[in-house]
Design a protein around this ligand. Structure first.
Ligand code: Y12
Ligand code: CO
Length: 171
């Protein structure tokens, strides 16, 4: 089932998510709903809190060279964490909870992560480039943070002004 995506400045996006304890049918339904919701909005990443569920669950599905989302590139990550971060990368980020706004954010270029799949299998992996950016962006959601919080003071002020104007215009 497609769910509603929470949009900034919805307070629920600031909640800290809790770890998943049961890798059961309820979790699988949540993951399936997240995928349906993300694909319907043409996203490449989504955290459970973006549909109002405060659980440590995120999905990432990057686009390949043919501009398609290949089945094998889908990641479902439960209780994810970063155990090592190296280097710096600056990437123009966007978020389904801040639609229509994109800006440059600095992240680790390489990360080593641990997470669980939908069946409770523990997985340890290294990511770099866009996958590293996407993981860090989604992990921030689980901690109650949005990418706009990483903007400089002036950029954030400009964003807030533009966002207010957009909301007034009913966009
Ligand atoms: C790099 C940087 C950030 C991420 C996080 C995942 N972000 C997204 O999936 C963003 C999707 C997005 C899609 C939009 O298009 C539509 O809604 C049709 C969009 O456009 C508008 O809202 C107008 C904005 C964001 C992963 C990797
Ligand atoms: Co986001």
């Amino acid at each position: 089932m497609k769910r509603e995506i929470l949009v900034y400045p919805d307070k629920r996006l600031r909640q800290k998510s809790r770890d998943v304890i049961a890798f059961d049918g309820q979790l699988h339904t949540l993951l399936d709903d997240m995928k349906e919701t993300m694909y319907a909005s043409e996203g490449i990443g989504l955290a459970a809190i973006q549909i109002g569920v405060a659980e440590n669950v995120l999905i990432i599905h990057l686009i390949n060279e043919e501009n398609e989302q290949n089945e094998h590139d889908l990641y479902e990550m439960i209780n994810p964490s970063i155990i090592k971060g190296l280097g710096k990368i600056i990437y123009q980020e966007g978020c389904l909870s801040v639609p229509g706004y994109y800006d440059e954010v600095e992240r680790f270029e390489q990360i080593e992560v641990v997470y669980y799949d939908r069946f409770g299998n523990k997985i340890q992996r290294e990511f770099d480039g866009l996958m590293s950016v996407a993981f860090q962006h989604e992990l921030d959601h689980l901690k109650g943070h949005l990418f706009i919080e990483k903007l400089t003071y002036l950029k954030r002020k400009k964003f807030e002004k533009e966002w207010k104007k957009k909301r007034k215009a009913g966009e």
